[in-house]
Design a binder for this molecule. Structure first.
Ligand SMILES: [Zn+2]
Length: 307
């Protein structure tokens, strides 16, 4: 059995080398260090309201030396799956069909599908237009596995308790140091859990934010250790905010989330003044990688963030 596995891995790697086709089971060779890298970090239910009063030195440093807005507007309903999907797919629920907090598939025929029968998202777009890319997708909320086609990321991994203890962040750090991914998504869930159990805008919520900030620091350090820091853009954002012990409603505390861009070619200490929506994140990442975005997308790159 072992031999066969090894053989199929080798043939797959050879095929990949020759044809530049996707072969998700094969760990890719680390990318060219001079190429642009994107690390997208999402915090579930991270309301923009919380930023001024939070003890988040790592995030604050990225804001101070990057471009940011605290008025990035989530789509309605201000729930998880509709917004993560919009963030990844440059579109709103009326187009991609993920309409409820735990949608596992579109509730109706989406406005378009790609070759994987999936509404076109940034992960598939990168894979199709730059097949050699190393793509990683780490998530803590199990519902996130339905938001990306499984055959697209080279590494797609549920990291339990990522927001609660260091080993999760360390595991991702090891991967980054070794693989130097072109595009890595890391989704923290602890802010949502704490919002639902202890409440938004509570000491417990701010404590969780601080803890996650420390883990983001571990990931930032890994990017430095990997030797790709000078060619990396970090994007920090959220799916939605929250109020009381919930979210999903129309209040700005539930709808406004931070969007922070930091790194190569990004303005420093710049507050974005234009209107920004969750679905603009996908378009912005497409712009960074030089990808052509699908006609069905309504997102626009946040041009004013770039130098
Ligand atoms: Zn959420």
């Amino acid at each position: 059995m072992k031999k066969k596995t090894l053989f199929s891995r080798i043939s797959c790697a050879m095929l990949h080398a020759v044809l530049l086709t996707t072969c998700a089971s094969v760990p890719r060779i680390a990318e060219d260090e001079s190429a642009i890298h994107v690390v997208l970090i999402g915090l579930d239910a991270w309301g923009a309201y919380s930023v001024p009063g939070a003890d988040i030195p790592v995030i604050r440093q990225m804001m101070a030396h990057g471009a940011y807005t605290l008025e990035d507007l989530s789509v309605m309903p201000s729930d998880s799956a509709p917004n993560w999907m919009s963030m990844f797919s440059g579109a709103d629920p009326g187009l991609h069909g993920f309409t409820s907090w735990n949608s596992k598939e579109p509730g109706f025929q989406p406005a378009a599908v790609d070759s994987r029968a999936f509404f076109p998202g940034i992960f598939g777009l990168l894979r199709d237009q730059k097949p050699e890319s190393t793509i990683a997708y780490f998530y803590e909320w199990s519902g996130m596995k339905y938001l990306v086609p499984k055959d697209v990321p080279n590494r797609m991994k549920l990291v339990p308790l990522l927001s609660y203890w260091k080993p999760g962040a360390n595991k991702i750090a090891r991967y980054i140091k070794k693989q130097k991914p072109g595009f890595a998504f890391i989704g923290f869930y602890g802010t949502d859990m704490t919002g639902h159990s202890k409440g938004h805008d509570t000491p417990a919520y701010y404590k969780k934010l601080s803890q996650i900030d420390g883990y983001i620091g571990i990931i930032e350090q890994a990017v430095k250790d990997a030797g790709i820091y000078d060619n990396t853009i970090f994007i920090l954002t959220a799916d939605h905010g929250g109020v009381g012990k919930g979210h999903g409603g129309e209040s700005m505390q539930e709808r406004q989330v931070p969007l922070i861009l930091y790194g190569k070619g990004i303005k420093k200490g710049y507050e974005i003044v234009g209107e920004v929506h969750t679905y603009d994140t996908a378009s912005t990442i497409a712009r960074i990688f030089g990808l052509v975005q699908p006609d069905v997308w309504i997102g626009k790159p946040v041009e004013e963030a770039f130098e």
